[in-house]
Design a protein around this ligand. Sequence first.
Ligand code: AMP
Length: 521
Amino acid sequence: MNLVHLLLRQARQCPDRLAILYGTEPWATHAQWAQRSAGLAQRMRAAGLVPGDRVMLFMRNQPRYLEILWAAWWAGLVVVPVNAKLHPREAEWIVANAGARWAFVTHDVASEPLAGLQQQIDVESDACDDLLTPVGDAWAVPVVEREAQDLAWLFYTSGTTGRPKGVMLTHRNLMTMGLTYFIDVDPVSSEDAIVYAAPMSHGAGLYAIPHLMAGARHVVPASGGVEPAELFALGEAIGPLSTFAAPTIVKRLVDHAEQHGIQAEASARAFKTIVYGGAPMYAADIARALRVMGPRFVQIYGQGETPMVGTALSRRQLADTAHPRHTERMASVGVAQTPVQVRVADADGRSLPTGAVGEVLIKGDSVMAGYWNNPEASSAAVRDGWLFTGDVGCLDADGFLTLKDRSKDLIISGGSNIYPREVEEVLLTAPGVAEVAVVGLPDAEWGEAVVAFVVLQPGSTATRDTLDRHCLASMARFKRPKRYEIVTELPKNNYGKVLKTELRQRLADPAHAASGQRSAM
Ligand code: AMP
């Protein structure tokens, strides 16, 4: 089993069909893609890289990403995708930890040589063009066969706590992820197109696999990122796009549609499907997204350790407004995806009854082979095939999973458990509130006190008083924030996840604590 066969299959069946676009410009047909990948694969082998060697991609979104990925698999290599927003020193740490030999970079990301590499190739250089030049008969370049359990993708966790860990994903893991897309997320045809707005080093890039399986087109926006106006225009120009978007990106698309009076029919021309996940999507936000952009959303919940595969909340389930539990379902992450089992367990891994809150465990062919060179962390994370996700949630009788929070984000105040997400959901329905993050602050009297960081909408007249009255009207008194911090933005990591650790640190900082007290109610 080798993911490279997905490319060979399309290159044989429909060699001349356009496969990759850069903006609206054609970049490669399936045959050209295969020929370039074959050229690079051959040269990497000739230069001494051997199957199993690690090759890093430290680059912004760029069409070469896809050519290099499949070249690496052609040569039996393991790809190490690194987020382009990391600092070069952080990337060097990954080079050393992964033992990467080569790296493909873009100049904006790594203008200086990274320590520890044998080769660093600027993907926009002539040298890279030479490496990707076809070598005559692409079919004559031998494919290095891989077993299902061989590594394909060594993905470093975002490391919001401590050093990142290398998640070992195999060809089987990624093949499973690709096939599952059609069953649980969205059917894909060769007429479809996926656009890479979020970083290709993460889940968004992995969705190249199901789209290549279906012979669809791959579109890299010229900006290489998330520019809502560009994405709407691209969709209008080349046909409805599918994309993966973290909730913050969804919010930007919806804001754009609202501000520019883009009706749902126009959104339908630009976007076929928007898959969202990676961080909590609040019920109020998805309800608004559906209202503004129409029924083109599907939610997935997964993590690097079981990429894009955990649960899904389908387009149909989101649209089923007549269902008696529709409101709860909108706030859930849906039901187990087809190839996995999902259960909620206590700390010893014993299953808990329906409705009880515990750690979410996932088992199936998408679950990683372990952490790179880290047997202790691997055996703590995967026990008897069950991945301990570190997420806390509960299952209802129909199998819908509702995430509460990551265990470390849980707040215990006066002996009661408070799930920040619940408080956030309520605050987001208060008039004038744009974004919220709730954290616990150590408190001598209560153990922990609830603190809400709130970003207001422009022109909002909300005050700490109105927010507090809103909370009192709809939640138990003990859960309501003891303190509100009105801020202009929330700190987020490169993938758009709110950095609660940083918010907690901010509160612990004595200088901040003093100003916080003044602004406290
Ligand atoms: P990562 O490994 O960086 O993709 O982060 C995975 C984590 O993001 C999960 O363990 C969850 O805590 C969170 N996450 C992923 N998908 C969702 C979702 N749909 N809703 C809420 N949180 C999510």
